[in-house]
Ligand binder design. Structure first.
Ligand SMILES: Cc1cc2nc3c(=O)[nH]c(=O)nc-3n(C[C@H](O)[C@H](O)[C@H](O)COP(=O)(O)OP(=O)(O)OC[C@H]3O[C@@H](n4cnc5c(N)ncnc54)[C@H](O)[C@@H]3O)c2cc1C
Length: 441
């Protein structure tokens, strides 16, 4: 991850790559291929010359970290992902397009099944006791007079030397109740998806991120839980509740936001950007029945130009809430995950995207802290051997030829532009020129 999501800087992509590899290595060592982890082709799609140049430049920068990335022009895209290229009459879309992508990588994980497998595998460890309690709401956590913490589940009490709170947006709620993290507030951003009636894409297709927007760009994915039908999304809707499909979390939202002057300034900083304002408004409208499909169609056609209204529907019950954290001291929205570690034997994790991809990396960070705090140790060599990869940046042979290809695409765009300009200057405009630029070369 980080290779096709264009909101990642190289540094952030390097960190995410390591943690994503941990998930991959976990799944492969237990043979969960095509059961929990799946391989699809994937790409970031550039539409129009400006986006293409952005992507080609990004390719040059990122291909050292992700040597498997390839540059796909319109002809290659016709072969790999035809619905990205062709309109409903089978003609090429008019704009120039380029994909920067990869084939044969592990791209998709069923995180529900992966969590179940982790519990099962932990329970199989000899000499260890691992208990799980489902449907048990933690109502209070308090410091014990003797040692550690008392965790209350209704009337039941559990004693712990160390507590890690991974309760989504409610982690911050619990932290606040215990007197921690008052400099942070939570802005829950719900995400919805739209599902097509059939498989439209062979792999993941990401659009280019508007750098002013803090949320992931729209993408299309084959959904492994829906027969490979294409799932478009997510949208991003600010919502005054901490959990999407659970009643009674509105009050928790207001308590966790801790609205004051600093939060107002942080929100003002977001809203004064016109791109963000119109994005927020558009995302509200994405939740309005009927209208939402018309609006979404316009956005999704940037990926699949031939998409029709009757080919997709709002995916009811899909998605959830990303707990984006507002930092009151900095008066701004924090991107990515946030963790509160007061150093007293308790941790609180808030995990918006890419919290799933980085779950094992976060677990490693917490593990290191827990063992240190409790004066224990863990088998680091075994950990590294099982879950991490030593070397990430091995350059493959064909990189230079890929770069040459990038320059060919650039030259091709320049030639096309030149030809178009010269036809203009001779007052002899070729009306069809931009409809099929490839075929005119
Ligand atoms: C629309 C959308 C798109 C996303 N896309 C991506 C992506 O592309 N890549 C990626 O890596 N991540 C993505 N994420 C983020 C990812 O889903 C989360 O980071 C991940 O699910 C966080 O896992 P978690 O276990 O920390 O928290 P959660 O999955 O939020 O689980 C927390 C659980 O704690 C429970 N809980 C709350 N309070 C209590 C309590 N008091 N007692 C007991 N239980 C409690 C909640 O009910 C919930 O079941 C996306 C999220 C959304 C919503």
């Amino acid at each position: 991850m980080g290779d096709i999501e264009t909101n990642y800087t190289l540094a952030k992509a390097a960190i995410t790559k390591r943690t994503a590899k941990m998930v991959e290595k976990y799944c492969l060592q237990y043979g969960y291929q095509d059961e929990i982890i799946f391989s699809h082709q994937k790409m970031a799609l550039g539409v129009g010359d400006k986006e293409i140049e952005f992507l080609l430049h990004r390719f040059e920068e990122f291909s050292t970290l992700f040597p498997y990335l390839e540059v796909w022009d319109k002809e290659k895209l016709k072969e790999y992902e035809p619905r990205v290229v062709l309109d409903k009459d089978g003609n090429e879309r008019p704009e120039n397009i380029v994909g920067i992508g990869a084939k044969g990588e592990w791209t998709t994980v069923d995180y529900g099944k992966m969590s179940e497998s982790m519990i099962e595998n932990a329970q199989k460890q000899e000499g260890k006791t691992v208990d799980t309690y489902f449907n048990s709401q933690v109502t209070k956590i308090e410091k014990s007079d003797k040692r550690g913490y008392i965790v209350y589940v209704g009337e039941e009490k559990y004693y712990a030397d160390f507590v890690v709170v991974n309760a989504g947006a409610h982690s911050l709620y619990i932290a606040h109740e215990m007197g921690y993290g008052h400099h942070l507030g939570c802005l829950p951003i719900a995400g919805s998806f739209y599902m097509t009636n059939e498989q439209m894409l062979n792999g993941k297709v990401y659009m280019i991120q508007n750098p002013k927007l803090p949320f992931a760009a729209l993408h299309g994915d084959p959904d492994v839980l829906a027969n490979g039908n294409t799932r478009f999304g997510p949208t991003a809707l600010m919502m005054p509740k901490l959990e999407r499909y659970k009643p009674g979390t509105y009050m928790d939202f207001w308590k966790t936001l801790r609205f004051d002057k600093n939060i107002a300034i942080a929100l003002w900083k977001l809203l004064k950007e016109s791109d963000i304002r119109s994005y927020i408004m558009r995302n509200f409208l994405f939740e309005v029945p009927i209208l939402n499909k018309y609006l979404f169609l316009k956005d999704a056609r940037k990926i699949v130009p031939s998409l029709q209204l009757n080919e997709f529907r709002y995916a009811k019950g899909f998605g959830g809430v990303r707990p984006q954290v507002l930092d009151k001291n900095e008066q701004k929205l924090m991107l990515g995950e946030a963790s509160i570690n007061p150093g007293t034997g308790i941790l609180f994790n808030m995990t918006p995207s890419p919290g799933a991809t980085s779950c094992l990396g976060n677990a490693e960070r917490d593990l290191r802290f827990v063992v240190k705090y409790l004066g224990k140790n863990f088998d680091e060599d075994l950990f590294n051997q099982e879950l991490t990869e030593g070397e990430y940046c091995v350059l493959p042979e064909p990189l230079e030829s890929q770069k040459a290809r990038v320059n060919l695409i650039r030259a091709e765009i320049a030639r096309t532009q030149e030809k178009f300009d010269s036809s203009l200057s001779h007052s002899n405009v070729d009306e069809e020129f931009w409809d099929k630029p490839q075929s005119k070369l």
